[in-house]
Ligand binder design. Structure first.
Ligand code: ADP
Ligand code: MG
Length: 245
């Protein structure tokens, strides 16, 4: 009797704590959004003002429109990340070939890699089994990892992606490693990498790794920082391989 009362009390406390955690997270989210939305909006207002006042020629107009669209992209990304945290999309799963998914992700990233003159190397395993996954969400995982790798790596550096099959379970796991040649993980964020809002960047949201880890976990997989030295980081995404695929 005593025990069941204690258990009921524990459950009540747990629900209460979860509510409080959610509220605290929501409060921080609101503050972050307010702050993050204001900066690009201010920049967009300024570029529009310059277009109106300066009546630029074609080249000038082109540059100002590029700046405007960059700020719009920033807002789009922020809103997307916030939505993903507030209401994670359910998984639309299908058999996926990881190398093809990575090709598509790299195509999306190519212009931004070129901008920084970064070389992207691929090292594929000969044959890999399929993964039962949501392609749009898994692309998001690798976009987030590659974005961090791109931001960490100095101009002209190298980022590599390696896929392999490892026998951690009966059917094995498809493991994708993203390696950069940046300075490694800053000491002060190392223990809290996968928590929301942990960032060392002036315009970071600290949601990228949190979202990537959530998507990977919902696929029954793992996201890990496998190595961090002053020569760079290695992140590993491990996903269960499909049986007989
Ligand atoms: P954001 O990129 O918005 O800061 P993330 O969740 O993607 O948020 O990353 C959290 C923090 O982890 C970054 O601010 C950075 O300090 C650190 N980090 C992530 N990836 C790397 C990397 N490849 N090299 C060095 N530091 C990294
Ligand atoms: Mg990031």
């Amino acid at each position: 009797m005593e025990l069941s009362r204690a258990r009921a009390e524990l459950d009540r406390i747990r629900v209460h704590l979860e509510d409080r955690e959610r509220l605290t997270a929501l409060g921080r989210l609101t503050a972050t959004i307010a702050h993050e939305v204001r900066n690009p909006l201010t920049a967009m207002k300024m570029w529009l003002h310059m277009i109106r006042v300066a009546r630029p020629d074609a080249a000038g107009l082109d540059h100002k429109c590029t700046m405007l669209s960059q700020e719009i992209c920033r807002l789009e990304r922020l809103v997307g990340e916030v939505l993903e945290v507030a209401r994670p999309a359910s998984l639309q799963r299908a058999p996926l070939q990881m190398p093809r998914l990575l090709d598509r992700t790299l195509d999306l990233m190519a212009p931004r890699m070129r901008e920084k003159e970064l070389r992207v190397c691929r090292r594929d395993a000969v044959t890999l089994p399929a993964v039962h996954g949501d392609s749009a969400q898994l692309v998001q995982v690798f976009l987030n990892l590659l974005d961090n790798a791109r931001e960490a790596t100095p101009r002209g550096g190298e980022i590599s992606i390696q896929e392999s099959l490892e026998q951690a379970s009966e059917h094995g796991e498809v493991v994708v490693r993203v390696r950069d040649t940046g300075p490694g993980m800053p000491e002060r964020v190392r223990g809290r990498l996968f928590e929301p809002f942990v960032t060392t960047k002036a315009d970071g949201t600290g949601l990228g790794l949190y979202i990537a880890a959530g998507i990977t976990a919902r696929h029954g997989g793992r996201l890990e920082l496998e190595r961090s030295t002053d020569g760079g980081c290695v992140f590993a995404v491990s996903l269960p391989a499909m049986a007989g695929a």
